[in-house]
Design a protein around this ligand. Structure first.
Ligand code: BLA
Length: 249
């Protein structure tokens, strides 16, 4: 049985993950950028649910967005994507963590999303992520990845879980902090290293990433059912994947 203490604990874990993320962004020089009020926060008319978003200006990054959805025991979400500057060809940070309280189901996806699928690129950027993945056995299978293509914008070392998972409260904070720390280490190293892709190539890949994800992200359907079609279309095009809007595709 699910009780209310359970639900509070889960909300607390997700709030903690976001605070952990905020603190590490601020420690690395991040400053919050104001977003319009429609994007900042939206409450569902139909259900007990609120979605809040933040945009950060972080040295070395073109864009860093964070979204937190709180629908009590129905669904908890933390989602963040960090796009490095075009002059840096390091992977995009991608995190999507969802908890469905009634089903006791966890969907957790944490990856350094590669700009290209290339052995040299993997050698350069994935050493530390490999080590983390090896210490979280449960997060190693992409078998249940159905909507996305695991070989497009996912690395072979993506931390992925999709299914019933009762231990998430004890696992997630540790997994998340190791993962984020690892990404900062990577950023420090790659800012001082020339990339193999030039800024024009990186820009085109960032555009393609937004186009691909705007088409595929199952978030859109979920948002529609909570916040209506108009808000969802606006949020996906203007906040989640803005480069898809002007790509001409
Ligand atoms: C899955 N993500 C999902 C699902 C939903 C969301 C509803 C399907 C879960 C299920 O029913 O099994 C929801 N995505 C969201 C929400 C936001 C969002 C609410 O972006 C809010 C902003 N998704 C990402 C990023 C990655 C990602 C950055 O946004 C990569 C790290 C991956 N999400 C991802 C994957 C799945 C998923 C791989 C599993 C879907 C599949 O089976 O392929």
């Amino acid at each position: 049985m699910i009780n209310s203490t359970d639900s509070k604990d889960n909300i607390f874990i997700f709030d903690m993950l976001r605070i952990q993320l905020d603190s590490s962004i601020i420690a690395n020089g991040g400053k919050e950028i104001q977003v319009d009020s429609k994007i900042k926060e939206c409450c569902s008319q139909k259900r007990d649910s609120v979605i809040k978003s933040w945009l950060w200006d972080v040295p070395g990054f073109r864009r860093w967005r964070v979204t937190r959805m709180n629908s009590g025991n129905s669904i908890q979400v933390l989602n963040t994507v960090a796009y490095p500057e075009y002059a840096n060809d390091q992977p995009i940070l991608g995190v999507d963590i969802l908890w469905f309280g009634v089903k006791r189901k966890l969907v957790a996806v944490l990856d350094f999303q590669p700009l290209i699928q290339d052995d040299q690129y993997f050698l350069k950027y994935y050493e530390e992520l490999k080590t983390i993945r090896n210490s979280f056995n449960e997060f190693q299978s992409t078998e249940n990845m159905n909507i996305y293509d695991s070989s497009k914008y996912f690395s072979p070392w993506v931390l992925f879980y999709n299914g019933k998972f009762d231990l998430f409260q004890s696992y997630l904070p540790d997994l998340f902090s190791q993962f984020i720390d690892c990404y900062w280490n990577l950023t420090l190293k790659s800012i001082n290293q020339p990339g193999d892709l030039n800024p024009k190539q990186v820009k085109n890949i960032h555009i393609d990433y937004d186009v691909y994800n705007a088409e595929r992200d199952p978030a859109h359907g979920l948002f529609k059912s909570y916040y209506g079609k108009e808000w969802s279309d606006y949020f996906v095009s203007n906040f989640l994947f803005p480069l898809a809007l002007n790509s001409g595709k």
